[in-house]
Design a protein. Structure first.
Length: 105
């Protein structure tokens, strides 16, 4: 019985240690998450502005790039980011460079 309890207790202590370490890392990562959220927002804004400048609908952009309209909406809302290949396709579609889409304001 004791041979079973000792490894279980050690496992429990190790799991608690991992949870505390993960929470500590999460709490310290707050500024990085805020910065990433801001960058995603500005990328989404630039995507939306370029689409509007070119007078294209989200559906048209989605068909041209080969994704769903919901994916384009998520990119513009900052919920997700386009893959590198999709970002390059968007830049070509909008007639701008990929660097211009990614640059910070």
């Amino acid at each position: 019985m004791l041979l079973i309890l000792i490894p279980l207790a050690a496992l429990f202590v190790y799991l608690i240690f991992l949870v505390v370490r993960a929470l500590h890392k999460y709490i310290k990562g707050g500024p990085a998450r805020a910065e990433a959220k801001e960058v995603r927002g500005t990328l989404g804004e630039r995507l939306r502005e370029n689409r509007a400048r070119c007078k294209m609908s989200q559906e048209f952009v989605a068909e041209a790039v080969g994704v769903s309209r919901q994916a384009v909406s998520k990119w513009e809302n900052g919920t997700s980011d386009p893959s590198t290949a999709n970002l390059i396709a968007l830049a070509k579609l909008y007639g701008v460079s990929a660097e211009e889409l990614l640059k910070e304001l």
